[in-house]
Design a binder for this molecule. Structure first.
Ligand code: CA2
Length: 145
């Protein structure tokens, strides 16, 4: 079972800026822990981060032939990107949308997600643990379907 974990724009800054909102853990540390969790659960995790919408779309398109599912934190593109939504839909892959912060407790513009309507599920507000919860949920889904 192969899972692709996609981090959207600015998430390369995790642990380096705004720790009050996004925590003190770096992206590299998160990915290392996700890799371990995936292995413990009998899966393999691969990682991609980009600040560019088009690169994220291309990566989702390419994932169809290689991965069984995707965890994505689309960052600010969550609230703007019809292109990422369309790529998820046409990939046919189960996708879990994960957010570090609880977007529903924040500004109005963060309360619209173009991704949620085509996602298997959404996890928001558990800090970096949102990724781990999402990974567990996705692996369980893949085992049962
Ligand atoms: O809560 C989340 O995970 C978000 O996807 C994070 C996005 C935000 O635009 C979404 O509304 C919710 C922002 C990511 C910015 O990441 C940073 C990390 C460290 C320092 C600065 C920015």
């Amino acid at each position: 079972m192969k899972i692709l974990i996609i981090h959207g724009p600015n998430l390369n800054m995790l642990g380096k800026r705004e720790p009050d909102i996004y925590g003190a853990t770096t992206l590299e540390e998160i990915n290392n822990s996700l890799k371990k969790l995936a292995a413990d659960l009998g899966a393999e995790a691969a990682f991609f981060q980009s600040n560019s919408e088009g690169d994220i779309v291309s990566t989702i398109q390419d994932a169809m032939s290689e991965y069984d599912g995707i965890i994505i934190n689309p960052g600010a593109y969550t609230h703007t990107s019809v292109a990422i939504r369309d790529a998820i839909l046409s990939s046919g892959l189960p996708v879990v949308e994960a957010h570090i912060s609880n977007v529903y407790k924040r500004e109005d513009f963060r309360q619209k997600s173009y991704v949620s309507g085509v996602a298997l599920g959404v996890i928001s507000g558990f800090g970096v643990n949102s990724y781990f919860l999402g990974l567990k949920g996705l692996i369980e889904h893949l085992e049962n379907n």
